[in-house]
Design a protein around this ligand. Structure first.
Ligand code: ZN
Length: 404
């Protein structure tokens, strides 16, 4: 059993993974060409066909590696991951963020180790083992690598799902990213909260700061801050009071910017406030929207509200007996592998929502338990052993799901 860093470094799967991690496909202005070249080599090594699509422009490739099933007429299984990673602040890292260093504990450090180059390579590693064992699955598997997930997927998956090329893949079910968990339980994601971002403009009487003016912008802002922060408090309390809840079950509200004023001794003619809202899937959004408009009206004269972002609620993937993919997924993880899982709503947004929007059932799952949650964090890492264990899990999942 490999146990020191030299042994880990010699492992063929770890070598491939580290090579992928060393490609700085980092925002902003990601250059995906090195990823595409790398994936072409991976496909060639696996003797699998690869297709590159450009649904938006030639800067944003969508890469699809396909393993054809013995019954290709059946709906295919998609294994989704994104190539891009979020920016790094290098001075906070104790290892170079694109170095893929391994330390004495077998921890591999790099941006993307958790989110989500690990999963992207584990898919291919699982296929490699299956092929080496002479196993051939019924359903076709498409392993797909998207650009631009970290800025919303609008130059990637959002467009791709609406193309004929995507329709031709005949996808029946997709796996996508999850999040690490610090304990033994694997979080499983079947839906996502949706983002609303609003900008509120409060005009008011301006004038000398030594007087009590009527109808001031700051009083309106104060009123609105109270409304939003009281709502925030209620939701925070709801999360605290329900031990089974996760962050995805409640609506978060955060006032993120407040701007206004022209000079220390002048009462400001206008103050603006922006609010970030992550909507729980079960919130009555029409009522909530009405409340926002009502609060703005009550705040005083001339208050304007503008939606900077207003995503629509997308139906979560149903986890019931009618969803054979889910039933099989659960059987493999819970019955066969004896893992503990916790189905939940993803607190942020991923490419899964674009797939769910075109009615494809999606489960978000990254096989990383006993791992600190470090996505978008400094010193992001995964243990080599966790990475290799994940390949085994995918191997078992693919055998069952792609043979349905
Ligand atoms: Zn991600």
């Amino acid at each position: 059993m490999a146990c020191n860093k030299e042994d880990w470094a010699e492992n063929d799967e770890i070598k491939i993974f580290r090579e992928y991690l060393r490609i700085p496909s980092v925002h902003p202005n990601v250059n995906y060409e090195p990823c595409v070249g790398f994936l072409k080599r991976q496909a060639a090594n696996l003797n699998l066909p690869i297709a590159i699509y450009y649904p938006v422009d030639d800067q944003n490739p969508v890469v699809v590696i396909t393993w054809k099933g013995s019954q290709p007429e059946l709906p295919a299984i998609m294994l989704n991951s994104h190539m891009d990673v979020v920016a790094v602040t290098e001075k906070y890292w104790t290892h170079p963020p694109f170095g893929a260093d391994i330390d004495d504990e077998g921890r591999i450090f790099a941006r993307g180790t958790q989110d989500m180059k690990s999963v992207g390579m584990q898919y291919l590693a699982a296929i490699r083992v299956l092929k080496q064992n002479g196993i051939h699955l019924k359903r076709t598997i498409h392993v797909i690598y998207t650009p631009d997930e970290e800025t919303g997927g609008y130059r990637g998956m959002a467009k791709f799902v609406k193309t004929h090329d995507f329709a031709a893949l005949n996808v029946g079910f997709s796996l996508d990213e999850g999040i690490a968990s610090s304990d033994e339980v694997f979080p499983i994601f079947y839906g996502e909260r949706y983002v609303w971002a609003i900008l509120i403009k409060c005009p008011g009487t301006s004038g000398h700061a030594s007087l009590f003016h009527k109808n001031t912008a700051m009083e309106k802002i104060q009123f609105l801050m109270e409304k939003f922060l009281n709502f925030r408090k209620t939701e925070e309390q709801r999360l605290k009071n329900n031990p089974t809840f996760t962050a995805g079950d409640v609506t978060t509200v955060n006032i993120t910017t407040i701007n206004g004023g022209i000079q220390q001794n002048v009462v400001p003619p206008e103050v603006k406030m922006s609010v970030d809202i992550r909507m729980a899937v079960d919130i009555d959004w029409k009522q909530f929207e009405q409340n926002i408009f009502e609060w703005c009206k009550q705040a005083g004269e001339g208050v304007e509200v503008e939606f900077i972002q207003k995503l629509q609620r997308i139906e979560p993937t149903k986890l019931d007996a009618n969803n054979m993919y889910w039933m099989t997924f659960k059987k493999v993880l819970v019955d066969d592998l004896k893992f503990k899982i916790k189905p939940q709503i993803f607190p942020g947004a991923t490419d899964s929502r674009h797939l769910r929007e075109v009615d494809i059932p999606v489960i978000g799952f990254s096989p990383m338990n006993h791992t600190p949650v470090l996505l978008h964090e400094h010193d992001e890492f995964i243990k080599a052993s966790t990475y290799l264990d994940g390949i085994e899990i995918y191997k078992k999942l693919l055998i069952e799901i792609a043979n349905l």
